[in-house]
Ligand binder design. Structure first.
Ligand SMILES: Cc1cc2nc3c(=O)[nH]c(=O)nc-3n(C[C@H](O)[C@H](O)[C@H](O)COP(=O)(O)OP(=O)(O)OC[C@H]3O[C@@H](n4cnc5c(N)ncnc54)[C@H](O)[C@@H]3O)c2cc1C
Length: 413
């Protein structure tokens, strides 16, 4: 039986550990926190996952919370006008629903399942020196430790990382008591509110430790008015600031948020990081090799909600590569090829996410505006969150955008 070590129990590490376990591999998982510490700890993400990634979880029978988590049926875009009214406001419908399950719930639950199914869980914050030892005793060591210190083993790929500094200041609050969007009270949607030059507010439902909740998530251009959460330690002050900024920049969202309260004492998160693609193979001081997984190798800014989706797709693709490799050695050539196979898909998410961090060109503004009059455009844009490869056909190049809009307008006429 092949022996695998996975370091880091997040979306990618746990999905891969449980997947390998189901295929009969002997898996050891190393986590720097216990399930209870994760469950009672701070929120980590907004973790909205779209159809393909959710299907990967279903295929492994890991969709434990699917019936409890709110079904997110669409994605809406609003653009603030200079007078804080809405220049644009529409909602597109997904072909398959999305869901957000608080990672505190999911990772704690998956970790317990891994142990119940006979997996070996080691609670330990791994250091590079530990990995040196383990690389000699396991057939394959994979590092899925997110954006933690272990990423330093994996060189930054400058050709795939256009930004060397954070492009947004992030501020998340999980709340109870948010009202529905009056435009579509009958279904839930992720609402993306764009405030040109200032940042974005995302609002979405989730399943958290206390049941259904909603997330208020500001992404602020660094140094601008939304970059207002650094040093805020008190959760109630964090929420008050979130709401003040909503009242000022997105009053239509504030209108449904006047009665909200935080879900728990750890319901807020603030931070920032530079989106980074790394080289997939880490070389240890003793000469051993380790393979990077998930955010370790591809860390996107959350502006397009791709990180957990990419982490899930990475775990899915790596699982196939490992199983197909059979009993052969997991050498550097295989590691690179395994990552390349994942990159072939995930490069679309990276290209799009990095594009969304820059000021939008005119043809993108036209596209987003036109979606308000052309429901098929709104639907296609919404579904691109699940399959960013489709954006190559209508988003990046003005000629393709114009041709697509002309085609849809013609069909509607
Ligand atoms: C504010 C915010 C909002 C987001 N919103 C979305 C969204 O809506 N949709 C989406 O798809 N993505 C979103 N993301 C991104 C998503 O959360 C991540 O991309 C995803 O969690 C990455 O999964 P991972 O398994 O690679 O890493 P992680 O989920 O970060 O897991 C890494 C794990 O490794 C552990 N670890 C770290 N160091 C060590 C060590 N030395 N030893 C042992 N264990 C260690 C950590 O504690 C953690 O449990 C968001 C991120 C943020 C910050």
């Amino acid at each position: 039986m092949r022996k695998m070590l996975i370091v880091g129990a997040g979306q990618s590490g746990l999905q891969l550990a449980l997947g390998l376990q189901s295929k009969g591999y002997e898996v050891t998982l190393m986590s720097n926190r216990t399930a209870d510490e994760i469950r009672s700890g701070r929120v980590m993400s907004t973790q909205c996952m779209f159809h393909t990634a959710l299907q990967h979880e279903r295929d492994l029978q890991l969709n434990f919370w699917e019936s409890q988590a709110p079904r997110i049926e669409g994605l809406g875009v609003s653009v603030a006008a200079p007078d804080s009214s809405r220049a644009v406001d529409w909602v597109g419908r997904f072909d398959g629903h999305a869901q957000s399950v608080d990672q505190r719930v999911k990772m704690a639950g998956w970790m317990e399942t891994f142990v119940q199914r006979g997996g070996q869980l080691v609670i330990h914050g791994a250091a590079v020196s530990d990995l040196d030892y383990f690389s000699r005793t396991y057939d394959l060591v994979m590092v899925s430790a997110g954006k933690g210190e272990l990423v330093s083993m994996f060189g930054r790929d400058a050709s795939r990382s256009p930004y060397d500094a954070p492009q947004r200041a992030l501020a998340v609050a999980y709340v109870h008591g948010l009202g529905p969007r009056p435009e579509h009270p009958d279904f839930d949607a992720v609402r993306c509110n764009l405030v040109p030059g200032v940042g974005e507010l995302f609002v979405m439902p989730t399943l958290t430790t206390s049941g259904r909740a909603d997330i208020l998530f500001w992404e602020g251009v660094p140094g601008g008015p939304l970059d207002a959460f650094q040093g805020v330690k008190d959760p109630s002050e964090h929420l008050a600031r979130t709401l003040e900024l909503m009242e000022r920049f997105t009053p239509w969202e504030y209108a449904r948020a006047t009665k909200v309260e935080l879900t728990d004492a750890n319901a807020t998160l603030a931070g920032r990081y530079a989106p980074t693609v790394r080289r997939p193979v880490g070389r240890l001081p003793g000469g051993g090799l380790v393979l990077g997984v998930g955010d370790v190798v591809v860390a996107n800014d959350p502006i397009t909600g791709q990180g957990s989706n990419t982490a899930s797709k990475c775990a899915h693709s790596y699982l196939d590569s490992i199983v197909e490799h059979g009993e052969r050695e997991f050498d550097e050539k295989w590691m690179q090829a395994t990552f390349d196979r994942h990159w072939e898909d995930t490069r679309h998410a990276v290209k799009w996410t990095n594009a969304m961090l820059a000021p939008p060109p005119e043809h993108v503004l036209n596209l987003i505006g036109a979606a308000g009059q052309l429901p098929p455009v709104a639907d296609r844009f919404a579904n691109a969150f699940n399959d960013p490869a489709d954006l190559d056909h209508f988003f990046f190049e003005p000629e393709k955008t114009n041709a697509y809009l002309a085609e849809v307008s013609g069909a509607q006429a």
